[in-house]
Design a protein around this ligand. Structure first.
Ligand SMILES: [Zn+2]
Ligand SMILES: [Zn+2]
Length: 584
């Protein structure tokens, strides 16, 4: 018997999970001797193992595999490290082409395996002491994945799993998974009729249903008004442009993989734009600019199209057509730090209004070793990275520095958030760009009448409407604060007698700009209340004979027990207005 296993540090967990993947591979080999083995690493949460065979593992097969894994755990064999020469290893893996491929890449002639019982796997990772230490595990799902992530290679059948030293930990984890599932915007979105995706329209091209569109419209109006107050000027530019615009900007060189193919129209070559920047540059160039005009802050809810691999698409959070809360600030070099500071404050303010407070700031730097990915200008990188760092330090916020995360033209400050499954995405971004002003020969006249080059700051504020909405759905689990709720009030009637009065109330509230809908169906009031609750409606008004006679409302508030009777309409609408204004 092995002693209790350590399961505290990340390294402990990785060893534990990785060892469980050995047990999984052992079980699959026992059940399906023809299946070829790939490999099975520990991941952020749990492990997987890639197998090669023609069809996916179905539910019944996973159950069978779990049974055999239980048997292996009961056998409780010790994990032992053994070594083979290259020749021995190749003989051992005679019928395992993927393993042989891995062995080929090992330089030494001493090849490490971990063996428990009869099963040995090519492995130089830390493992646990014995199979019996895995007291609780579950195979979670399957997926198809290219061998070593290479889309020119074989399609492997991947099995994901999780394991723990106790059953309590497993139960806790499974409950967590269930909670995450509940909050997943891909689930809530269609259920609350916010958005949908259909095959006929295309992969990664969501449709905003009326309710989702309402949320988006509220956000778009909010952010536009807010930007106008901060000195941004809003523009409209087309989602198409000639390829030569992107040749000049460098996108065609650096971003081609994410762009759609060229369309030939009359004498022009057009592409769907992957970014709005070159269009805004043309607006800057429309007239000659003086230092007195700067900074010029051009903003647009700009629609663009990017090719994302189908495996990377993710609900509304990662799509192929999107609308960005975009802005480009053109300023003098002296104004850069002040403008970055202002933009950062702006972003932090609007995220507070959205209730998105769980983010961290990342200073994304270039990778000096990667000359392919980044423009080659050491002086520029040093200068611009330093000025962003200086701004972050001056406002005394915590931030993380990360190499290799910069845009190809300059460093950036990113606002990073995690979705319910722990996957990290960038919401807002502030990027310094000395490159595009050069390429497009942007100019302003300084106070000595000399021509100078402005600096360009790319500012993505509230992300794309798609990604932001995905995060808001998960943040609120569909129960949006009143100001964002697609429907703010639902009016229910006791009987048909009350419909006329209810309609009058509806009309009055509509005129006040409130978003209101009605349920006059013949179902019971209890049923109608339940339905409104399931749809996360913030306020429910019930109209019966008494309300009609007294000209008052019976009001239920989401998340609050009980009903308030005898509320005057005037008081109710004042209360709603106050709540909307507070964005609480
Ligand atoms: Zn291993
Ligand atoms: Zn830009």
């Amino acid at each position: 018997m092995a002693k209790p296993v350590r399961f505290r540090t990340d390294a402990d967990k990785k060893a534990f999970w990785h060892s469980t993947s050995h047990i999984l591979a052992d079980a699959v080999t026992r059940l399906y001797p023809d299946v070829k083995l790939g490999f099975g690493p520990a991941i952020e949460e749990g492990f997987y193992y890639d197998f090669y065979r023609s069809k996916p593992f179905d539910y019944e097969e996973l159950q069978k595999i779990e049974q055999v894994m239980k048997k292996i755990i009961k056998e409780d064999k010790f994990f032992k490290q053994i070594y083979k020469s290259k020749k021995e290893a190749n003989e051992f893996y005679q019928k395992e082409p993927f393993k042989k491929e891995l062995i080929k890449e090992i330089e030494e002639n001493k090849i490490s395996f971990h063996k428990h019982g009869e099963f040995a796997d090519l492995c130089n990772n830390p493992v646990i002491e014995s199979a019996g230490q895995v007291k609780a595990f579950k195979l979670l799902n399957t997926a198809a994945a290219y061998w070593r992530g290479d889309n020119k290679r074989e399609m492997m059948q991947r099995i994901y799993g999780i394991s723990f030293p106790t059953k309590e930990q497993l139960d806790e984890y499974l409950a967590l998974l269930e909670a995450r599932e509940r909050k997943d915007h891909r689930k809530i979105g269609p259920k609350l009729k916010l958005f949908t995706q259909v095959e006929e329209v295309g992969t990664g091209l969501p449709l905003w249903l009326p309710k989702g569109a309402t949320i988006r419209r509220v956000i778009e109006r909010y952010i536009t008004d807010k930007e106008l107050k901060e000195g941004y000027e809003h523009v409209y530019t087309p989602a198409l442009a000639r390829t030569k615009l992107y040749e000049l900007s460098g996108h065609l060189n650096h971003y081609r993989d994410h762009m759609y193919p060229v369309m030939k129209v009359d004498t022009e070559d057009l592409v769907l734009r992957p970014m709005n920047c070159p269009h805004h540059i043309q607006i800057y160039k429309f007239e000659s600019r003086s230092y007195n005009d700067l900074p010029i802050r051009l903003a647009e809810l700009g629609t663009m199209y990017r090719y994302e691999a189908s495996g990377a698409l993710y609900g509304l959070a990662r799509v192929r057509g999107m609308t960005l809360n975009d802005a480009h600030i053109f300023c003098t070099p002296e104004q850069v730090e002040d403008e970055v500071k202002k933009a950062l404050k702006f972003i932090r303010d609007v995220y507070a209004d959205m209730g998105l407070i769980d983010y961290y700031l990342m200073l994304s730097l270039h990778d000096p070793k990667n000359k392919e990915k980044y423009i080659d200008n050491d002086v520029m990188w040093k200068k611009s990275e330093n000025s962003l760092r200086k701004v972050l330090k001056s406002i005394k916020v915590d931030f993380v520095e990360k190499e290799g995360e910069a845009a190809f033209y300059g460093p950036k400050i990113d606002v990073q958030v995690k979705n319910v499954h722990g996957k990290e995405e960038t919401l807002a971004t502030i990027q310094l760009d000395f490159n595009l002003p050069e390429k497009f020969q942007l100019e302003y006249v300084d106070n000595n009448n000399q021509k100078k080059r402005p600096v360009m700051i790319h500012r993505g504020g509230l992300s794309t409407m798609e990604r932001l909405t995905a995060f808001l759905i998960e943040r609120y689990e569909g129960a949006f604060p009143l100001w964002l709720s697609p429907v703010q009030v639902r009016v229910l009637t006791f009987t048909d007698r009350n419909v006329k009065f209810a309609d009058k109330i509806k009309e009055e509230f509509l005129q006040q700009g409130l978003r209101i809908e009605t349920d006059y169906s013949n179902r019971t009031v209890e049923y109608k209340v339940r339905d409104a609750e399931l749809n996360k409606i913030p306020y429910i008004i019930v109209i019966g004979d008494k309300e009609e006679k007294n000209k008052t409302l019976a009001v239920r508030k989401r998340g609050v027990q009980g009903v308030k009777f005898g509320i005057k309409m005037e008081d109710f609408s004042k209360q709603l207005q106050k709540e909307i204004d507070s964005k609480a």
